[in-house]
Design a protein around this ligand. Structure first.
Ligand SMILES: *[C@@H]1O[C@H](CO)[C@@H](O)[C@H](O)[C@H]1NC(C)=O
Ligand SMILES: *[C@@H]1O[C@H](CO)[C@@H](O)[C@H](O)[C@H]1NC(C)=O
Ligand SMILES: *[C@@H]1O[C@H](CO)[C@@H](O)[C@H](O)[C@H]1NC(C)=O
Ligand SMILES: *[C@@H]1O[C@H](CO)[C@@H](O)[C@H](O)[C@H]1NC(C)=O
Length: 628
């Protein structure tokens, strides 16, 4: 009862409608409609157009008012003031458009759709724009970039075949000693492409250094997080629109399982903690044998750049070229062509890992903002690490931590953003959200977790080296059991921002400043728990061998999964249907497909190129030592 009263009051004060019952909801024109695509284009000279219409009324109209007030609750509702239609011109609008090539198309379509809406709902419709019109038998034009991708693919496959054959011959016809004679220089590099050896890399679990072996649980952590992250993108399938029951999606954001997915976007921060941790931990171990100075920095940087770039570049090139031929349908150009054209225009931003600072790059491989951020943080972190090798480390790190908390808060203040990315229905529909673009993806706003990771790496290394027993007390064991509830609880706190009234600036700023760091501290505790074996049951789960392969494949699978989502979105010819079960099935299917596709990408691109750079560095190191 109180609940109802509350909504009545809210309705009165803000003229926002939070709920509509089914009868009233149906008074609004449906957001999406698609005429049948196949039958429409079977006729020659027929036209299928996708259009957006704005609804309005000349005289005061209670339906228009209702639509406005319902749409005003942007956190949970679509904007019902405009609707999208896929129209078979020959079927619906024959009367209005006689000649498909005429320039009366816009006017004719508007008159036609306006009449339909007017008859059914008593509203007028203005044509906002026609996205595109499809005709039968559109000619596919290949260009040089398609050939380039094909060529690269052929070269890659060839090198892999040559490398595998080379390896096979050497194995078969020579004994160990003789074989080593042949394995040098160029042959060494060709052998990096041996599928047999790379398969061993994928399936081997052993690590030589005992301290690195202590990090095995991180594989489990990475595999688990990689399992959940695509879920946010799978939600596109039901959120972007062209569904027959968008009301269900609007209701969904009230339920807790959707909230868990919506606010779950913050778990990507766990990767940043791991990244900072691994950087410092590995550098500390390396510094036992080689002094880490400025002259080492280019090597460190190139090593990392080279590790990530070949696979990334290949996937971007694929997205910019062959992706557009993988399907067709009324929505294909809407969901796929934008991605392709953005990738053609902004591929360089992705190769140099600055795409998160290019707001115009709306659609191309949006998930790789995380790679760009990670690279930027790595560059900053490694510079700080070397610069503060001998002094002022504590001071600089504290300063950076302070900055990393202040930056998101200042963004919220000056740009009037939300505390965290709210997955509003319109965000899915338009792929644009200021909080996402100006806060979430920028490198400097994600600094806090990386810094916390760096500090963790530093302490973990030193505690191990000096055999300091920090976590002896029983209380730490109990704390490890609070980690998962802690993370879930933190994720749930985000749901307070979905209220119909925007929370005050101070609350938003505080939340923006702190929630990443809190998650960072929890993650740091997980890592320390693994390294120092605080607790055994959970640790054994994360250290299971089964995670290792998945974790190694996770980078390639991550790169690939979004293209599958695009294809599924674009290839629809009917309205989709919103249901949670559908999301889960799609999630599992997309994951399976992307991990399967990741196997060849990993074996033929990621691992070989990694081994090439390792071989080259080893060679230069050997020659340097010889010179000395
Ligand atoms: C829906 O709400 C309207 C107005 O609030 C009311 O008149 C109508 O009876 C309701 N319908 C149902 C099925 O509850
Ligand atoms: C909904 O869309 C219409 C038409 O594009 C626009 O004028 C209006 O401001 C939007 N409403 C909200 C709440 O964003
Ligand atoms: C289309 O043709 C019909 C007759 O076939 C005619 O009545 C109508 O005015 C024409 N419409 C336009 C927009 O030319
Ligand atoms: C829409 O149709 C109605 C009824 O035919 C008409 O009165 C109105 O002017 C039309 N509006 C537009 C924008 O064409």
């Amino acid at each position: 009862m109180l609940y109802l009263l509350f909504f009545v009051v809210v309705k009165e004060c803000f003229a926002i409608i939070t709920h509509l019952n089914d009868t009233e909801y149906r008074r609004m024109p449906p957001l999406f409609e698609l005429d049948d695509y196949g039958t429409c284009l079977r006729k020659s000279n027929s036209l299928y157009c996708l259009a957006r219409l704005d609804l309005f009324a000349d005289s005061p109209n209670d339906l228009v008012t209702m639509i406005k007030e319902y749409s005003e609750y942007t956190e949970r509702h679509y904007n019902h003031s405009y609707i999208e239609r896929g129209v078979c011109v020959a079927k619906q609008c024959q009367k209005y458009i006689n000649n498909t090539n005429s320039n009366t198309l816009n006017g004719g379509l508007e008159a036609c759709l306006n009449q339909t809406i007017w008859n059914k709902y008593g509203l007028q419709a203005k044509l906002a724009h026609i996205f595109y019109c499809n005709q039968k038998d559109e000619i596919i034009e290949y260009d040089w970039s398609d050939w380039l991708f094909g060529g690269i693919l052929v070269v890659l496959v060839s090198i892999n075949i040559i490398g595998s054959c080379c390896d096979f011959m050497l194995e078969k016809y020579f004994h160990n000693k003789e074989r080593d004679k042949y394995i040098n220089g160029i042959c060494n590099i060709i052998l990096c492409f041996s599928l047999r050896r790379n398969w061993e890399c994928l399936s081997s679990i052993k690590v030589k250094d005992s301290r690195l072996a202590r990090l095995k649980g991180l594989h489990g952590l990475r595999a688990l997080i990689s399992f959940f992250i695509p879920l946010a993108h799978v939600m596109w399938l039901i959120g972007t629109g062209f569904t027959d029951n968008p009301q269900e999606f609007e209701k969904g954001s009230e339920s807790s399982h959707y909230q868990l997915i919506f606010n779950g976007m913050m778990i990507v921060q766990i990767f940043f903690v791991m990244s900072g941790f691994l950087m410092v931990y590995n550098l500390e171990i390396l510094s036992e044998t080689v002094p880490i100075t400025w002259s080492m920095w280019p090597t460190i940087f190139i090593n990392r750049f080279w590790r990530l770039t070949p696979a990334n570049a290949l996937v971007i090139l694929f997205t910019a070229t062959w992706l557009r031929y993988l399907g067709s349908g009324p929505l294909w150009k809407l969901y796929v062509s934008g991605v392709v054209s953005d990738c053609r225009q902004y591929w360089w931003a992705h190769i140099f890992y600055i795409n998160n600072y290019v707001p115009d790059d709306k659609a191309c491989a949006v998930h790789t903002w995380h790679l760009a951020t990670d690279m930027q943080l790595f560059v900053l972190g490694s510079i700080v690490y070397i610069a503060t090798k001998s002094r002022e480390r504590g001071f600089v790190i504290s300063l950076l931590l302070l900055f990393s908390m202040a930056a998101p808060a200042l963004h919220v203040w000056f740009q009037d953003l939300d505390a965290l990315v709210l997955l509003k229905p319109e965000f899915y529909r338009s792929f644009w959200n200021d909080t996402y673009r100006y806060l979430h993806v920028f490198g400097h706003n994600n600094l806090s977790c990386f810094i916390i990771g760096m500090v963790t790496g530093y302490f973990a290394y030193n505690w191990q080296k000096n055999r300091v027993e920090v976590f002896k007390h029983k209380i730490w064991q109990y704390l490890t059991w609070c980690v998962i509830p802690g993370i879930v609880g933190l994720i749930f706190t985000g749901s307070v921002f979905y209220s119909e009234r925007r929370l005050s600036l101070v609350i938003r700023m505080t939340y923006a400043a702190t929630h990443r760091a809190i998650l960072g501290v929890i993650t740091a505790f997980i890592i320390l728990g693994l390294v120092f074996k605080i607790e055994h049951k959970q640790r054994r789960v994360l250290e299971c061998d089964c995670w290792v392969v998945l974790s190694k494949l996770s980078y390639c699978a991550y790169l690939l999964h979004l293209n599958i989502v695009h294809i599924l979105l674009g290839a629809r010819t009917q309205l989709g249907h919103v249901s949670f079960f559908y999301v889960i099935i799609n999630h599992l299917g997309i994951l399976t497909l992307s991990y399967l596709a990741a196997i060849p990408l990993f074996l033929m691109v990621e691992i070989p190129f990694n081994r090439v750079i390792k071989t080259l560095f080893q060679d230069t190191m050997v020659t340097n030592k010889k010179k000395l």
